[in-house]
Design a protein around this ligand. Sequence first.
Ligand code: SIN
Length: 296
Amino acid sequence: MRNSTFTVPSNAPEAWAVHPFDAPLGAQVVGLDLSQPLDDDTFRQVHRAHLAHHVLVFRDTRITPAQQIAFSRRFGPLQTHVLHQFQLRGHPEILVVSNIVENGQPIGLGDAGHYWHSDLSYVDKPSLGSMLHAQELPAEGGDTLFANMHLAFDTLPAALRRAVDSLQAEHSYLCKYEELRARSPWRPPLSAEQIAQVKPQVHPVVRTHPETGRKALFVSEHFTTRIVGLPERESAELLAQLFAHSVRPEHVWRHRWQPHDMVFWDNRSVMHLAAGCPDHLRRRLNRTTIEGDAPY
Ligand code: SIN
């Protein structure tokens, strides 16, 4: 499917199409109206395209938060973010990702995703996928980068691939939290209750995608703290090597946002990074996350 463009006029409500990017991942979907529930056949085609391309960009998507939630729920139950301060009022399933400050208060998480990561890898059932819907975009910057973690695994030197295949790693929400707080005016301190909600979890370093059976590297600089059973220095060196390999340019695609884009990525197949934008330019997006399986 990577090199094909397909148009689906059949029994879909209107003609729509998936156009793969000339890149290690990703495709854009044009002409699909997500404000209405998709019929089962159209939904199956979207699901298949998501598995094949790992990141789908739905162009010109004019939907409300409730419609984003309804579409996200077709893929599974939704997860709420531990930073409840930044849930959208009336819609706790939506995390507001924004650098906007109103009346001295941030309206969203301004520095979300400033290290490479897979969403919610620090919980027992990390996110299957996330949908990020553009509300306000800066005139400059604000891109999101994605790395194909299947390719990252497949292209490891064979001996390293065998060595990491049976390892486990710890993931913690707290891994970079204080570091981010030290340089970000937006990060609130965590309450004892919030800390209790994000106890570290252990997951395989290499996970098998539950729907495609493909293996993917599953460690990230944002949340992975150590390789279980390795001395500290050896663990840190191995993780640094895996992080650097994962984001080699040939594994990465950069999304440059257009108005009304909604991007839906597969957290079991990719990592992502928010590239950031100048502080004085407003950026606001609504994110839903769909619960996945315990990695194996
Ligand atoms: C995220 O990590 O979910 C946010 C990504 C972005 O703001 O580009």
